[in-house]
Design a binder for this molecule. Structure first.
Ligand code: SAM
Ligand code: SF4
Ligand code: SF4
Length: 345
């Protein structure tokens, strides 16, 4: 096994990819029950989520962030579960925002608690917010989130974020055939001209419980065809190598749309994302079945250097390129994959 201490430069994995992004899942709980992520049948009132002592503390997360920065990370995203269920999230943001090497500090949320947190998070130094909203149609949205919130609640959250000073908010929308593909146009119409950027995400086979089938995936090409019946759009150049979204702008100048084409055009070749779960497991791919237990190390007397060496060694042997190798109908891995709410979306 190659080790970081033998080669004290930012590690590259077996496909020569550096570590660039750290996604941190603050907690495994959520106030939604999205059918494709945490279906109610599984995540019912008796479901045992992680207890507080099983979750990493802010100090432990911050320690990993600083170590990850030494390994080359410049982008950090706080996610979950629902990260805004962490009442003290602004304190963590404040700590991370002081790390000068972090060029991009972002958050992904379902938006309903933004009214409570948006101002404090802006003051604490959060750079960007992504808000998930799967449909602008009440009935469809309710069905998709397990009847937990109205569209209005999320729109209120978006407004609160705007008022706090966040701009170019990204709106994440997972499209499933026969579920919400008929409301793409209305959703785009709502956000045209607002400066916010809707990102249409191909439904992915993450985790084990969303009954994923290729037939339920609406590809970006199909979505584009639907969109082009209403507006003229023009493809945009990538703004940086490794940019995940395929971007288009409306020809009439009313804004931008992004597509996340994890299924139809995977982007593993540029993937430098590493994920830290709420219980301190490190995962090097969204579709991983196994991770590296950093909590154990954090709670031992391991030094930062030792922890850095463990992360680096794991990265050096990384071979992940799941999306480029998935087969057509379903997945060909036999082990259970880790759920997305757990490892951080
Ligand atoms: N609760 C927050 C939220 O929903 O924004 C953050 C965590 S959530 C796991 C992060 C993102 O993952 C959301 O935008 C969600 O729509 C997306 N997601 C979850 N399951 C997905 C799937 N099977 N395919 C594509 N995107 C998915
Ligand atoms: Fe919660 Fe986000 Fe998963 Fe929906 S997608 S259940 S909001 S973690
Ligand atoms: Fe990265 Fe894994 Fe997704 Fe490929 S499948 S882009 S390696 S997270």
């Amino acid at each position: 096994m190659r080790s970081y201490s033998q080669n004290n430069i930012a590690p590259r994995d077996t496909y020569n990819r550096p570590i660039s992004d750290l996604r941190v899942s603050l907690l495994d709980q959520c106030n939604f029950r999205c059918t494709y992520c945490m279906p109610e049948r599984e995540f019912h009132s008796e479901y045992q989520f992680l207890k507080k002592h099983q979750r990493l503390s802010h100090e432990e997360i911050f320690r990993i962030v600083k170590i990850a920065v030494e390994l080359g990370v410049t982008k950090v995203r706080l996610t979950g579960g629902e990260p805004l269920l962490d009442k003290n999230i602004s304190k963590l943001i404040n700590l991370i925002s002081e790390v000068k090497e972090i060029e991009d500090l972002a958050l992904t949320t379902n938006g309903v608690l933004l009214r409570k947190h948006a101002n404090d998070m802006m003051k604490a130094g959060l750079h960007r917010i992504t808000i998930s909203l799967d449909s602008i149609d009440e009935v469809t949205f309710n069905k998709m989130n397990g009847n937990r919130a109205s569209v209005k609640k999320v729109l209120d959250g978006i407004e609160a974020a705007e008022k706090a000073g966040f701009d170019k908010i990204k709106i994440n929308t997972v499209i499933q055939r026969g579920v919400n593909d008929d409301s793409i146009v209305n959703l785009l119409d709502h956000f045209r001209g607002t400066g916010h950027i809707v990102r249409l995400i191909e439904f992915m086979d993450v985790g084990n419980q969303n009954d994923w089938k290729m037939d339920n995936v609406v590809t970006a090409k199909e979505m584009l065809k639907i969109i082009e019946q209403h507006w003229e759009v023009i493809p945009l150049e990538k703004t940086y190598a490794g940019e995940v979204a395929k971007r288009y702008k409306y020809k009439d100048g009313e804004g931008e749309i992004g597509f996340i084409t994890s299924i139809s055009e995977p982007f593993c070749s540029n993937c430098g994302r590493v994920r830290l779960s709420a219980d301190g497991m490190l995962y090097t791919c969204l579709f991983a079945s196994v991770g590296t237990d950093l909590r154990k190390l954090l709670r031992s007397d391991a030094s930062d250097h030792e922890i850095k060496n463990v992360i680096s060694s794991r990265w050096l042997e990384r071979k992940d390129r799941y999306s480029e190798t998935r087969n057509n109908q379903t997945t060909d891995i036999t082990e259970k994959k880790i759920e997305m709410y757990r490892m951080g979306g």
